[in-house]
Design a protein around this ligand. Sequence first.
Ligand SMILES: [Zn+2]
Length: 170
Amino acid sequence: MGITLIINLVVSWYENREGEKLKSTILVADARHTRSDVYVSIAVILGFIAIQMGFSIVDPIIAVIIAVLIAKMGIQIIKSSSSILLDTAPLDEETIRSIVSKVPEVKECHRIRSRGPPSHIFVDLHVTLESSSSLSKAYEVAHIVEDKLKSSIPEIEDVVVHVEGESDNF
Ligand SMILES: [Zn+2]
């Protein structure tokens, strides 16, 4: 039990650190799961000591505490993963707007949306150009916007840019 506890402490710390670094929901979730194993190990060791000392009532109490710990950890994991599944925007509109507005040809941008997990973000947005812009210019600007977003935020997987002229904003 003691060895398991030490191994789990190290695994949990490492998983959490790498999970944060790689922005991996699964790694962070499993780090929490491993940490719950640590608490369970501590509870079992304490329970074992108590039973050895003759307090047999401690056994069912520890079992309940373990169940509560596991449930609590499960709820935490569901909460953090469900925000991704429920399509909560991983990037806020202003962050995207401030990057896109640095492209000189872009007059304005709207309908900014982002979705997906923090490590694989999908962005779509409308950008307005001067009405006189040619089709080839529009394609060029769409690519510049896409490249600029991807290079500023490496977690962005793909960008869909809808280009429109100043007069036909919709
Ligand atoms: Zn539009």
